[in-house]
Design a binder for this molecule. Structure first.
Ligand code: C2E
Ligand code: MG
Ligand code: MG
Length: 700
């Protein structure tokens, strides 16, 4: 018989004792009985589960085994009190105590003690309630509540996406109070900055992985947009279905701002806030890659302000800076948002145009218009410190398609085209072409060399014979040659255009004219040559000089030559100027000075009968391109015939240049041409050889 049996049998009838025993065991509440000395009499299943002792291990021992060491003394006092209890079966004490399990762990229990008074000593029944579990839940809730109120905003929605809970940080960041948002969709926070694809991708990630992390721009209640870093987690119920979504977020405006500041220092120009070279290179690399995919043309424009240094020097750096900022503003405005406008440094800017068109011609047409627009926009006046300032720009353009050329190569090309624009007199647009690179370099060198060529006596006149229908010499054309110390003989076709651009032609032309007059003077005493006329090429720029007539007259007088022996070869381009002035000059030359006038390269320009009729000419020189094509009955033969007919009708002499074959000579002759020049009769020759040629020709 167990002690428990003894207890129950001792106080009650045998039947009721069995019932009581069953009840003791069956109740889910831990229940123990002790005597007033604290000895355990019974220990039910729930108590065994709570303390970890089997009943037979503990019954008979004192209650001390179940109490942590710190508490027994207190317990003794209570036991003594219970002993004096008068009531029976009612709760005499209820308090929170600490219990100790078999494994030594300590836990809180709610203890209710009732005493059963019998004839002998009273029995004490303790009903225990494990507070540990409840405490844990309470603690967890307390921790959760504390965690909920962090710096990070928390928003909880139900499965349908309606907000059910938000914390204080949420209110602080969004400006919305819980009352304003609970029951509503988080959509009310959205800024409209992200498209539906963005949100679709976010939800896909939540469905697939249970969460999403990223940055979102939202709108606060005040209307202010702010960036936030968000983590959204799906909370699943026991059945695996999502019951809540929890979003944590922080406002990262400050962080973003400092990130942007760092970024700005590394990739942007501090004065104009435009991308710098480093960012341009990045963007250009991307542009090349996407052009390779799309097969669309793009373009790079290098823009350099004309005479910016002078402005800086005269009006100070501050005014210079103001101009740069204004230029940046205009460029950004006209280039549009999608194109990159960068500042390479100093007064050099770049515009990167992406995906213009798939074909070259329309791309060029577009860029031409665009560059011209930029040029005119930058040429508009600037108001700098109350003073109106004018500035212009030189623009170099280079197109690109695909990744064939490196970024640096493209910048170099656009740069080179920009220098070409500067060379062409500034305030203009130039496109890069492959020959440009070479020609820019050689032109600059040639021009510099040409400046010293006259004083170093590097120029020389060659003479090419002109004959009549009977092949007798009637004259010569003086053709300049440049005996360059390093390059050897440089063709006039190469250096005359450069000389014309740089106006060096004026000086060179004077030298030619004087040398020719000198030669005519010498030939006066030479039987073979005294009857010859000498043709001299005159550039339009030279002819245009106000004192040209006087200069010619002065040389004629100086060398005392017969004026009619000097023939000036003019080109059609002289007629581009005011025709009346041109005619007046020609009249003076022809009738006052007495020289002969020939129209060179006839047929290559815009010759039209109406003006030809008005020009006081002596001779028309058929361009060699017509002569070259002269074959029997060819269309050029018809053309040459009509030129000759027309010239003869006007009473002009006709000379054909570039005659190389007998056939050409015969055809010209049948059509009435009266003079001839070409390799068939002699190449342009240095003076001595030319004179030698004259001496073997039949005398005139
Ligand atoms: P241009 O005045 O039409 O001179 C005729 C050119 O044709 C010369 O070339 C001459 O050498 C070339 N030529 C003559 N006969 C033949 C031929 O039968 N076959 C071929 N294939 N060519 C022939 P060049 O000497 O090279 O002069 C080229 C141009 O340079 C001249 O064309 C003229 O416009 C300019 N030029 C030459 N000397 C002077 C000068 O002293 N002053 C100026 N302003 N221009 C000059
Ligand atoms: Mg000529
Ligand atoms: Mg010619």
């Amino acid at each position: 018989m167990t002690i428990q049996d003894q207890v129950t049998s001792h106080y009650v009838s045998p039947e009721s004792s069995v019932i009581a025993k069953a009840i003791l065991e069956a109740v889910l509440v831990p229940l123990i009985t002790i005597d007033i000395r604290g000895q355990l009499l019974s220990f039910n299943v729930a108590a065994q589960n709570l303390f970890g002792y089997r009943s037979d291990e503990i019954v008979g021992h004192t209650i001390h085994k179940l109490i942590p060491e710190a508490y027994p003394a207190e317990h003794e006092t209570f036991l003594a009190e219970y002993g004096k209890a008068e009531s029976c079966g009612v709760v005499i004490n209820e308090r929170e105590v600490m219990g100790r399990r078999k494994d030594g762990t300590i836990f809180p229990v709610q203890l209710s003690v009732s005493a059963i008074k019998t004839e002998g000593e009273p029995l004490l029944i303790g009903v225990l309630f494990d507070l540990g579990k409840q405490k844990n839940i309470e603690n967890e809730l307390r921790i959760a509540a504390a965690a909920f109120e962090t710096q990070e905003a928390i928003m909880v929605t139900d499965a349908g996406g309606n907000i059910v809970l938000v914390n204080k940080a949420f209110e602080k960041i969004t400006g919305y109070s819980p009352e304003e948002v609970i029951g509503r969709n988080p959509r009310i926070l959205s800024s409209g900055r992200h498209d539906s694809a963005f949100y679709a991708q976010m939800w896909q990630s939540i469905i697939d992985t249970g969460n999403w992390r990223g940055q979102i721009w939202d709108r606060a209640k005040s209307g202010k947009l702010y960036p936030k870093e968000v983590t959204i987690t799906a909370v699943k119920g026991v059945d695996g279905k999502t019951i809540h979504y929890v979003a944590f977020f922080t406002d990262i405006s400050l962080r973003k701002k400092s990130e942007e500041e760092i970024n700005a220092l590394a990739y942007y120009d501090t004065l104009t806030r435009l991308p710098n070279r480093r960012l341009l290179v990045d963007r250009l690399e991307n542009a090349l890659a996407s052009s390779a995919l799309s097969q669309q043309y793009g373009a790079l424009l290098v823009i350099d302000l004309d005479k910016f240094k002078a402005l800086n020097d005269t009006r100070g750096l501050e005014v210079g800076d103001t101009l740069l900022v204004e230029v940046a503003r205009r460029l950004k405005f006209y280039a549009g948002k999608i194109n990159t406008v960068a500042r390479l440094g100093g007064d050099e800017f770049v515009i990167l145009l992406e995906t213009i068109a798939a074909d070259e011609v329309s791309s060029i047409q577009f860029v031409e218009k665009f560059a011209e627009k930029i040029r005119s926009v930058l040429a508009a006046p600037y108001l700098l410190k109350q003073i109106t300032q004018y500035s212009s720009s030189s623009i170099g353009v280079c197109l690109f398609k695909g990744k064939a050329d490196s970024v640096n190569e493209l910048i170099k090309r656009a740069d080179m085209a920009m220098y070409q624009a500067k060379d062409s007199g500034r305030n203009c647009v130039c496109f890069f072409n492959p020959q440009l690179q070479q020609s820019v370099e050689s032109r600059a060198v040639l021009e510099a060399d040409m400046r010293i060529a006259i004083t170093h006596q590097q120029f020389q006149l060659y003479y090419q014979i002109q004959v009549n229908q009977g092949q007798l010499p009637i004259g010569a054309e003086a053709l300049i040659r440049w005996n360059h110390p390093k390059r050897g003989m440089v063709s006039p076709a190469q250096f005359i255009p450069i000389a014309e651009e740089s106006m060096l032609i004026i000086e060179i032309g004077l030298w030619v004219l004087e040398t020719a007059c000198q030669q005519l003077a010498i030939w006066k005493d030479c039987t073979q040559a005294r009857h010859l006329s000498l043709s001299v090429n005159v550039s339009a720029a030279q002819f245009k000089q106000d004192n040209f007539v006087e200069v010619v007259e002065a040389f004629i007088k100086k060398y005392r030559i017969e004026p009619s022996r000097l023939k000036l070869e003019l080109t059609e381009s002289i007629a581009l100027d005011d025709l009346d002035i041109v005619i007046a000059k020609m009249m003076a030359l022809r009738y006052v000075v007495g020289v002969k006038l020939s129209l060179d390269d006839f047929g290559t320009g815009f010759s039209c009968l109406s003006y030809l009729k008005r020009l006081p000419l002596d001779q028309l020189k058929i361009d060699q391109s017509f002569v070259r094509e002269l074959k029997d009955k060819s269309s050029d033969a018809v053309l040459v015939k009509s030129i000759i007919d027309m010239a003869l009708n006007f009473g002009l002499d006709v000379i054909a240049e570039g005659v190389e074959t007998e056939i050409q000579a015969a055809l010209l002759k049948t059509n009435g041409c009266n003079s001839y020049q070409g390799y068939l009769y002699g190449k342009p020759l240095p003076l001595e050889q030319f004179e030698a040629l004259l001496s073997v020709s039949e005398p005139y």
